[in-house]
Design a protein around this ligand. Structure first.
Ligand code: AMP
Ligand code: MG
Length: 538
């Protein structure tokens, strides 16, 4: 690609910055950390880096944005998506928000290391906010440096793209660029700080507005800015709701409750644990946002959290996520209460959350098990017993559901013995040889009820298997897989990042050449940092 083509393509990009155009800006333009009042954002330039080089980009995201693959591989692209070069029409800024962290109000947080470049309008007239994560300090950086390291950037790039292909609502990643700078990090807050390579992910979403974006104005008793942000959000991201008024605010809140419930159902379905469900990490669009110390369930354990900061409380453990989302929605409801002024109507809207979650989650479980639909008379017990069974001996959740799809429902239950029944599932157990007689009995009892239940539905084995394999992934971003890719990347070998990115585009397909990536976590990864334990330091 010569310079002329590049210039032409770049000149064709159109930015339409609705957020900065319509909402109040910080009146000061200094970067140093401070409280910013009555403003939704501060204009701030990304910090220049010494040697930006592209590690990987997502062709699909580029395509959505109207960027060619050739452009993505050019030097100009690395310059732009490391923040070294701004394009005409960009309006770089960091947004102001607050949040409850681990249940406590934390005051102003804001984009401490994220800088929005602007809203790119694509060929379909969609607006995509482009955001650099790790491009230097902003007024919201508090005591931190505004930077991101390679390991956390690889994790965000790969996981957000993997989630998209799993069908889970998420922000997406356009690019991962190495900055050429080294960044100091104390990974486990134990005084052993070390230099790590710096990196920047460009991520994108229709908007990055969070629950905490509203909370900050409510906490400061600033209903004027609160109203401006809510009106802006409704007009641009929820245009079907019509002209904002009290009724529309309520309807908006109901929709956030609904999309959050959908998101939780997806996380539970695929075994994703976000790790830091603070209210500043909750998107009002119901997207998975801010990939930090997240993890994937390997052994099924509702109490598991990958986040070392949460080791004592397990507040954000896998099984807690739906409840925590409800708690977070209650905080969002409180924040917009001054604009609605009707606490019972708001409470009623909030009550829709547990109702829709329950209903959707029952249907999701029915789908995971290949049932035609949820039958309250039989299936509640079936699900409860399954949950029990999955926790008695370490069972790989992902493998379990894929193996379950292979069960033959035409067998004669009365004649088949325990061994025959559980044989197809043994691969899902971390220590199949240590299953006690009681456990084997429990598993085979459950399988008997399950097979009887399936026989009632009348689907054939192959119809059912196809249906189950469409929603139970074979490939997820197992915790140790990212770590292996990171270890290699830190030595300059990016091949594993590319391999994972490619194979996770088809998480529901068999892909036999990648079978090793669908295997159980190896023993060495059980307690290794980065594989099962992660800190917020990134
Ligand atoms: P998190 O929970 O990781 O999403 O971050 C919580 C808050 O800390 C947000 O306001 C972030 O912008 C901020 N933050 C996290 N890491 C850094 C960093 N290295 N420099 C500046 N701010 C940061
Ligand atoms: Mg965050």
């Amino acid at each position: 690609m010569d310079d002329n083509d590049e210039q032409q393509e770049l000149a064709g990009l159109h930015f339409d910055n609705r957020f900065t155009r319509s909402l109040p800006a910080d009146s000061e333009s200094i970067k140093h950390p401070r409280q910013v009042y009555e403003a939704c954002y501060s204009r701030v330039h990304p910090t220049i880096v010494s040697q930006p080089s592209l590690i990987i980009h997502s062709s699909e995201v580029a395509n959505t944005l109207g960027l060619s693959d050739r452009l993505c591989k050019s030097d100009a692209f690395s310059e732009i998506f490391s923040g070294n070069r701004l394009l005409p029409g960009m309006d770089p800024h960091a947004t102001c928000y607050g949040g409850h962290q681990f249940g406590n109000w934390a005051g102003q947080l804001g984009d401490g290391r994220a800088i929005n470049l602007g809203e790119l309008m694509n060929h379909d007239n969609e607006h995509w906010m482009l955001q650099l994560k790790g491009s230097g300090p902003t007024p919201y950086s508090r005591t931190a440096d505004g930077l991101a390291v390679l390991r956390s950037s690889v994790r965000e790039f790969l996981c957000s793209e993997a989630m998209y292909h799993l069908g889970v609502p998420t922000t997406r990643a356009l690019s991962l660029v190495l900055t050429g700078e080294m960044v100091m990090r104390d990974m486990f807050y134990d005084g052993r700080a070390a230099l790590e390579p710096g990196a920047i992910v460009c991520r994108t979403a229709p908007s990055f507005t969070r629950f905490g974006s509203f909370q900050i104005f409510a906490s400061r008793d600033d209903p004027t800015t609160l109203k401006k942000l809510l009106d802006h959000t409704i007009i641009n991201d929820f245009p079907h709701l019509g002209k904002p008024d009290k009724q529309v605010y309520l309807q908006w809140f109901r929709e956030v409750c609904q999309s959050t419930a959908e998101l939780m159902v997806h996380w539970m379905r695929v075994g994703f644990v976000h790790g830091v469900m603070n209210t500043d990490n909750m998107s009002v669009l119901g997207l998975t946002i801010d990939y930090g110390p997240y993890g994937w369930l390997e052994g099924y354990d509702p109490d598991w959290t990958p986040n070392t900061t949460d080791r004592e409380m397990h507040r954000y453990a896998y099984g807690q996520q739906p409840n925590i989302a409800g708690w977070n929605l209650a905080r969002l409801g409180e924040a917009i209460l001054p604009l609605i002024d009707n606490i019972s109507a708001l409470q009623e809207a909030l009550n829709s959350y547990p109702q829709s979650y329950k209903q959707m989650s029952q249907q999701m479980m029915a789908d995971k098990l290949g049932l035609l639909s949820f039958n309250p008379e039989t299936d509640k017990t079936l699900f409860d017993e399954l949950e029990n069974m999955l926790t008695i001996s370490e069972t790989d959740m992902t493998i379990f559901y894929r193996k379950l799809a292979n069960i033959d429902i035409n067998i004669d239950i009365k004649k088949s013995n325990i061994n025959n029944l559980i044989e197809p599932l043994l691969d899902a157990y971390y220590q199949p040889s240590t299953l006690t007689e009681n456990t084997r009995q429990q598993i085979s009892n459950w399988l008997r009820s399950y097979i009887l239940r399936l026989q009632n539905d009348g689907l054939s084995n192959s119809e059912r298997r196809k249906k189950m394999n469409r929603i139970n992934p074979k490939y997820v971003l197992r915790n140790y897989l990212s770590q292996v890719a990171i270890d290699k990347a830190e030595e300059g070998d990016y091949s594993e990042i590319h391999r994972l990115h490619a194979l996770l585009k088809q998480p529901y397909d068999e892909q036999p050449e990648f079978d090793a990536y669908a295997a159980k976590r190896p023993d060495w990864a059980r307690d290794r940092a980065g594989c099962s334990m992660l800190s917020c330091s990134s």
